[in-house]
Design a protein. Structure first.
Length: 478
């Protein structure tokens, strides 16, 4: 038995510590630990309710739009205006957040995950990207390596264009100024719309002609990684409203709970956050009543991340969940195109919850989103309203559920005497990187690692598995 600690895992956001025990060429036990505490939920208590949206946006510089959007949905519901949000506001929120998805998926594939598979020796980026472990299991020809390193550089420019899309309607990145409770603060000009359309077309070309073919190439060379890092239980809140209101069914990506091929409806009241192995006091609770009470006096704890569970089980969230549920529910736009892509890499929806499946799911999602963004842009009414007026109630409760690039994000608020009396956030990585719960059930990343056959000390395989989830630790602990 050999214990290997990777602390911190590089090429992800924030401070994730992963400890694996390797015996007879297999990871027999894994522990995922969030190594920092934030306290943002506590900072909000007693404040003016609208502050929550501005402050929670600052939870993360990588995924600010996730919190900006979920917190706006949460306050819309507490203020009783979810049904009154104008069509323009809904479209502009989708256009700003969707552009952030494209940025995220290109960033994740080229700059975070791909170096685990490359041999960049002989290229100008050798000093930056070379890793002996990755090069040893590199399955690309020297020409393919050169081409992929070239795309690594090209992807930097594409990320800039995607950030510009966010900034055109959102004001700036990382912390947009446009998405607010009640709608958006900015009415675009015809020039903004033309600038958005032009850049979106450039991104569409890159996604279809470069990103998707590169993901297919990787998937074909690493076909065995569709059997590595599997979880199989997937959950989605539903992403990108197609109508005003709180109905999760009226979204581009439908909600659901997926278990090994079949989908059940989601009931958000069944979510609980466990803290048995986390550095917090208290018992398992729904986030509308759960507390954040940090303590270091807890011998059995090993993470600052809480452990969200749905009906007592750990679920993977993210693009694999969204795409598997979309396919299983038969709600796929561009059906033939996506099925062709799956056929080309030789898998079905049940293989999406795996290392290679997650990369394929992100690419599929990018192709769907780029078309949805074009449609939403064409539906804008530049003369129409972009926000609805509201008053702050003395007493109210709200819930905001959204899908971020990394998975489901939820915000919960309770207002008393016109002030924030309670605020809880569950981010995608809280689900995926959670520690064990009171029943000893591992979190999804721990489960994905355990049972994996490895060569050597297991660091290469562990890195590939953990990065396939695209973890964000700043988000995982609030
Ligand atoms: Ni984040």
């Amino acid at each position: 038995m050999r214990t290997v600690t990777i602390d911190p895992i590089t090429r992800i956001e924030g401070h994730l510590r992963v400890e694996i025990e390797v015996a007879d060429g297999m990871i027999v036990r894994a522990r995922s630990s969030g190594a920092l505490f934030r306290g943002i939920e506590l900072i909000l208590l007693g404040r003016y309710p609208l502050d929550a949206q501005r402050i929670t946006t600052r939870i993360c510089g990588v995924c600010p739009l996730a919190h900006s959007t979920a917190s706006s949905f949460c306050l819309d519901s507490a203020l009783g205006i979810s049904e009154k949000i104008p069509k323009n506001s809904r479209l502009l929120r989708n256009l700003i957040f969707g552009a952030n998805f494209l940025h995220n998926h290109i960033l994740h594939f080229y700059h975070l995950a791909l170096p685990d598979y490359l041999d960049p020796r002989g290229s100008p980026l050798e000093g930056l990207l070379y890793s002996p472990e990755a090069a040893e299991d590199c399955r690309f020809s020297s020409e393919e390596n050169r081409k992929l390193v070239g795309h690594y550089v090209e992807a930097l420019d594409m990320r800039r264009k995607a950030q510009e899309l966010v900034a055109l309607f959102g004001g700036k990145m990382p912390h947009d100024m446009a998405i607010v409770p009640g709608g958006v603060t900015y009415r675009p000009t015809p020039g903004d719309v033309a600038a958005y359309r032009f850049r979106l077309e450039e991104l569409r070309a890159f996604i279809m002609d470069v990103y998707v073919p590169d993901v297919i190439l990787l998937a074909k060379r690493y076909q065995d990684y569709f059997e590595v890092g599997k979880v199989g239980r997937l959950l989605s809140y539903g992403g990108f409203p197609e109508e005003s209101g709180r109905n999760l069914e009226e979204r581009l990506f439908p909600p659901g709970v997926y278990r090994h091929g079949s989908v059940e409806p989601l009931d958000p009241r069944e979510i609980r956050e466990a803290v048995a192995r986390s550095w917090y006091e208290g018992d398992e609770a729904h986030p509308s009543s759960g507390q954040t009470r940090p303590t270091l006096e807890k011998q059995e704890a090993y993470s600052w991340i809480k452990a969200p569970r749905y009906r007592g089980e750990a679920f993977e969230v993210g693009p694999a969940a969204r795409m598997a549920i979309l396919l299983a529910r038969g709600k796929l736009p561009l059906k033939s195109h996506v099925e062709e892509l799956l056929k080309e890499v030789g898998i079905g929806p049940e293989s999406l919850s795996s290392v290679m499946g997650r990369h394929v799911a992100r690419a599929i999602e990018a192709t769907i989103l780029v078309e949805a963004l074009k449609r939403w842009l064409s539906e804008l009414d530049l003369a129409g309203p972009v926000a609805v007026p509201f008053e702050i109630p003395d007493v109210a409760e709200g819930e905001g559920l959204a899908e971020a690039p990394r998975g489901g994000v939820g915000h919960w608020i309770r207002i008393e005497s016109g002030r924030i009396a309670h605020y809880q956030v569950i981010s995608p990585t809280t689900w995926n990187a959670s520690p064990r719960d009171g029943q000893g059930k591992p979190g999804p990343i721990e489960e994905a690692l355990e049972g994996t056959k490895v060569r050597g000390n297991g660091m290469l395989e562990a890195g590939r598995i953990v990065r396939s989830f695209d973890p964000c630790l700043a988000c995982a602990v609030q």
